[in-house]
Write a protein that binds this ligand. Structure first.
Ligand SMILES: Nc1ncnc2c1ncn2[C@@H]1O[C@H](COP(=O)(O)OP(=O)(O)OP(=O)(O)O)[C@@H](O)[C@H]1O
Ligand SMILES: [Mg+2]
Length: 547
């Protein structure tokens, strides 16, 4: 009905409530997802999410709204939010608007595409099943990832999601032919900056793009940054026919941002305060991560689990989209068993004999069975002691504990604070190691000899001396967070582990509680650690001075 005019469609702000902005238009109403701009330099961006009536739209600001006032002029840009795509975006870092945030000039020769796109139709999807090796033993053996699949790293606060994700980037990006895109949603800015520096140092930046909408950004921006990253990923898949590795830390923050937006828009909250549209929003994003006949997007997503509650609606909804779920457990993290993956709760769609092969499948099942049996026996051990178990059960316990130790692994990304060199282990070596442990070849080794090693050939401790159990240090450090695993290499198990206590009691400490002195002296086969060094040296120096 309006005559075509070349001048922009202008409106005026009718109301501002936090991030929610109502705008009145005298001309045509901008459609949903239109981007409006306001402010002296058009620096404020508002995305239309609802048309209130014939004259008003309601939108959510993607930028802070300080200074926005009623009556201010708003310009309709006439299009949705757009992301830059093209070769030139490689090795760059962007925000939700596609503006470079690496202090370099904006990329030249890029196309701008709408971030709102449909998932590929069913007919274009491909159905290949191929394994994606990560070099991390416990993942490759028990939770194999799918090339072109979606894997989730679930865990509460501070159990190692970001560390595991960074380690996977480190391990895969070198020998991955395609492009990697890292999307930081609502996490710490520091982590983004650290990752950028690490990737630059590792020389993998030329095949990487980073997009950040971190926790200091308004909810609208955190809500859309995933779409920006996906639009870039889709470009590489559909236009350049390349494989893409899409890493997201953290998808829960996307859901959380949606919840904030929904609340601000005045929608009625659903279960536990989540938005009623959570399922739709999440699938809108996740379904776009798909394989087509031209290329695959493999995605690894960290999923924060609020209060370690895996029945939280956000975690449950995310579970349903994934082909592999890697569950990180606080208990294992507190025991120093890093990566703190709980093998019995983690699962992968790929773990079938048809895909991974009979031998791998049988081994994985045997490992799970052993660990599950050990889990059941733990209560009995705690109540009656290890010696009350049948010889067969005792063997299971020994095997399970060796397996648990063997499935730990030092990471490249944690070298600075663990002091251990990172290890990349091939699937074959990992399987061989597990098989030999299950065949009791290492039953005479001390458990600590298998802790934080790479392939089984690195097992420490001489079997011929055959001490069935290493003398555990009674002063095992309780704060098993970061420093503990390397510091008490001799005994990684935390004092809370009932089996460890029970094992130690009958064999090494039959007498009343021995004083901690004798244990440190023989110290076992483990060489002294850098962290422990300064202490004796200083003491020694003092002594010589005094005498
Ligand atoms: N593989 C590992 N080896 C040694 N230490 C680790 C390992 N993984 C995690 N940690 C320890 O746990 C800490 C927290 O890890 P991380 O930052 O990855 O947790 P997160 O799950 O991402 O937490 P958040 O939910 O707060 O983002 C690390 O700083 C480190 O001290
Ligand atoms: Mg994290």
């Amino acid at each position: 009905m309006e005559t075509k005019i070349s001048s922009p469609n202008l409106g005026a702000i009718a109301a501002v409530r936090g991030s929610v902005v109502d705008v009145r238009f005298e001309g045509p109403l901008p459609p949903i997802y239109s981007v409006l701009r306001a402010g002296a330099e058009n620096e404020m961006v508002i995305e239309v999410l609802a048309q209130r009536d014939a004259r008003h739209v309601r939108g959510i600001a993607l930028t802070p709204t300080q200074g926005l006032a009623r009556g201010m002029v708003v310009t309709d840009t006439g299009g949705p939010l757009k992301a830059p795509v093209g070769q030139a975006i490689l090795s760059r870092m962007f925000d939700v608007f596609g503006q470079a945030i690496d202090r370099k000039p904006p990329p030249a020769e890029v196309q701008w595409r709408s971030v709102h796109r449909d998932p590929p139709p069913l007919a274009r999807r491909s159905t290949k099943s191929e394994i994606f090796e990560t070099g991390i033993k416990v993942i490759d053996v028990l939770v194999p990832l799918e090339r072109g699949g979606k894997a989730g790293l679930f865990g509460g606060a501070g159990v190692g999601k970001t560390v595991l994700l960074t380690e996977m980037i480190h391990n895969m990006i070198g020998h991955q032919q395609g492009v990697s895109i890292f999307c930081g949603i609502g996490e710490r800015c520091r982590e983004g900056e650290e990752l950028y520096r690490e990737m630059k140092a590792a020389g993998v930046l030329p095949n990487m793009v980073m997009v950040f909408g971190q926790m200091n950004e308004p909810p609208g921006s955190r809500f859309r940054v995933g779409h920006t990253a996906l639009t870039m990923a889709e470009y590489f898949r559909d236009d350049e026919h390349r494989d893409v590795l899409l890493l997201i830390d953290n998808i829960f923050r996307f859901i959380q941002a949606g919840m904030e937006v929904s609340g601000l828009m005045g929608q009625m909250p659903s279960r536990l305060g989540y938005q009623p549209t959570m399922g739709t929003e999440l699938s809108g994003l996740e379904e776009r991560i798909a394989n087509t006949d031209t290329g695959a997007i493999t995605s690894i997503q960290a999923v924060y689990v609020p209060a370690d509650d895996f029945t939280d609606p956000a975690a449950v909804h995310t579970f349903s989209h994934l082909s592999a779920s890697i569950v990180l457990s606080r208990k294992r993290a507190s025991e120093g068993l890093f990566p703190a993956i709980d093998p019995l709760q983690s699962s992968s769609k790929m773990a079938t004999p048809g895909i991974i092969g009979e031998r791998h499948y049988a081994l994985a099942q045997a490992i799970r069975r052993t660990l599950a049996q050990y889990g059941e026996l733990k209560d009995i051990i705690a109540m009656l002691g290890l010696e009350q178990l049948s010889p067969e059960d005792r063997k299971v316990v020994a095997r399970a504990r060796l397996l648990e130790r063997f499935l730990t692994q030092p990471f490249f990304t944690t070298e600075q604070f663990t002091g251990l060199t990172g290890k990349l282990v091939s699937l074959k070596d990992a399987l061989d190691g597990c098989e030999r442990i299950l065949h009791d070849e290492f039953k005479d080794y001390p458990e600590s000899g298998l802790y934080m090693i790479g392939p089984i050939s690195e097992a420490r401790g001489k079997p011929q001396t055959a001490p069935p159990v290493p003398p555990p240090k009674p002063d095992a450090k309780p704060g098993a967070k970061v420093a503990a695993p390397p510091a008490d290499k001799g005994q990684p198990a935390a004092p809370s582990d009932p089996a460890a206590e029970q094992q130690s009691k009958p064999e090494s400490a039959p007498k009343p509680k021995a004083e901690p002195k004798p244990a440190p002296a023989p110290a076992g086969p483990v060489p002294p650690l850098p962290a422990a060094k300064p202490q004796p040296q200083v003491e020694h120096a003092d002594v010589t001075h005094a005498s």
